[in-house]
Design a protein around this ligand. Structure first.
Ligand code: ADP
Length: 341
């Protein structure tokens, strides 16, 4: 069981953001081996906070991030370990770009690249074993909204308001009645994934930007069968709800309920990440539905948390709170630097 926390700073947005407003600096032993993010204290700009991560990506391409952080996990997945990938950050920092990406091949994000690696490896294993080992891939896709679980393969109008029930099964928590679709190729996966994402965004318009207020969880089950032996492992890719709206003063009742449940699950998630990275015996995964369903820290799994950050001043407070969230486990250094803006 291990966790890696990596920060990804998106480039300035052409047209709207300018170099002068950049407040984040990144450091490391080499340009491709950065581990530190430095940002001023908003109240005392001469004071700089340093945050350390397993890796820091400043303006990295999709391929660089994937090849260095996610691709090595595919080997673990096929050895039978569960792999969990989170994207955390406020709206506008690049979570969707990181996880899903754009249309062009170069812009493809973590999810299509991961599936592409899984199919490539599956075909190789089948070929190398002369078909003795067969690999099957199945996907489920759901969201957790206000601590309720909804199947994204179901159109919103067919949902039961109470959400799907969950129950515990030998140390793992199982969502009852979740659709699991076999998908035999990347093309088939992408069709199902796009179709399910429509369900997520349809409900967005109905429920007030619902999509960024829910956690979307894609689970890809890899089933390797060799004779009587079956090995099952799961890759989970999670687009977390942002926490930035919690500071809004115009919170209506619906928003407050959403915020409370987002806050709670993100708080428990941070505690689990902290407990796992400190190798503590007790991981409080049972304290929110999301961490419970993922059995985060319970299995012999590997977790990668990608912290998405925007480099400019308009995100200053959000950036600090995201850095603090991800860095609960480490002591933060404060450096006094002269002549800082
Ligand atoms: P979020 O999902 O966190 O709200 P998005 O993924 O929608 O954020 O990103 C916000 C904007 O920034 C989009 O226009 C996206 O294309 C752009 N963007 C984000 N990350 C990158 C990146 N690494 N390289 C280029 N553009 C990016």
């Amino acid at each position: 069981m291990s966790v890696r926390v990596v920060a990804r700073i998106r480039p300035l947005l052409k047209n709207t953001e300018i170099e002068k407003d950049r407040i984040i600096e990144t450091y490391g032993e080499a340009s491709d081996n950065k581990t530190t993010v430095r940002i001023p204290n908003p109240k005392v700009p001469a004071e700089l906070y340093s945050f350390h991560f397993n890796s820091v990506y400043d303006d990295a391409t999709q391929a660089e991030l994937y090849d260095r952080e996610i691709s090595p996990q595919v080997r673990h997945l096929f050895k039978g370990f569960d792999v969990t990938i989170f994207a955390y950050g406020v709206t506008g920092t690049g979570k969707t770009y990181t996880m899903r990406g754009g249309k062009s091949l170069a812009d493809r994000g973590v999810i299509p690249r991961l599936l592409s690696s899984i199919y490539r490896r599956a075909r190789k294993i089948e070929k190398d074993t002369d078909g003795e080992t067969q690999v099957e891939v199945r996907m489920s896709y759901y969201e957790i909204y206000n601590d309720k679980v909804y199947d994204l393969f179901e159109p919103p109008e067919q949902r039961t308001p109470a959400g799907l029930p969950i129950y515990d099964n030998r140390g793992k928590t199982v969502v009852v009645g979740l659709t699991e679709r076999p998908c035999t190729s990347l093309k088939e996966f992408e069709q199902l994934y796009d179709q399910a994402n429509v369900n997520r965004s349809t409900s967005a318009t109905k429920l007030n930007a619902h999509s960024s207020r829910s956690h979307a969880i894609l689970r890809v089950k890899v089933i390797q069968t060799t004779g009587d032996e079956v090995r099952i492992s799961t890759a989970s890719a999670i687009d977390l709800a942002g926490s930035e709206d919690n500071r809004r003063t115009d919170n209506n009742k619906e928003r407050l309920v959403e915020s409370a449940s987002i806050n709670k699950s993100l708080f428990v998630l941070a505690q689990c990440v902290e407990a796992i990275s400190k190798k503590q015996a007790r991981i409080p995964y049972r304290e929110s539905k999301m961490t419970r369903i993922l059995s985060l820290g319970q299995n012999n799994g590997l977790t990668v948390m990608i912290l998405n950050l925007a480099p400019v001043r308009s995100y200053h407070l959000d950036t600090l709170s995201s850095l603090n969230f991800a860095n609960r486990t480490k002591k933060i250094e404060v450096n006094e630097v002269e002549n800082q803006p």
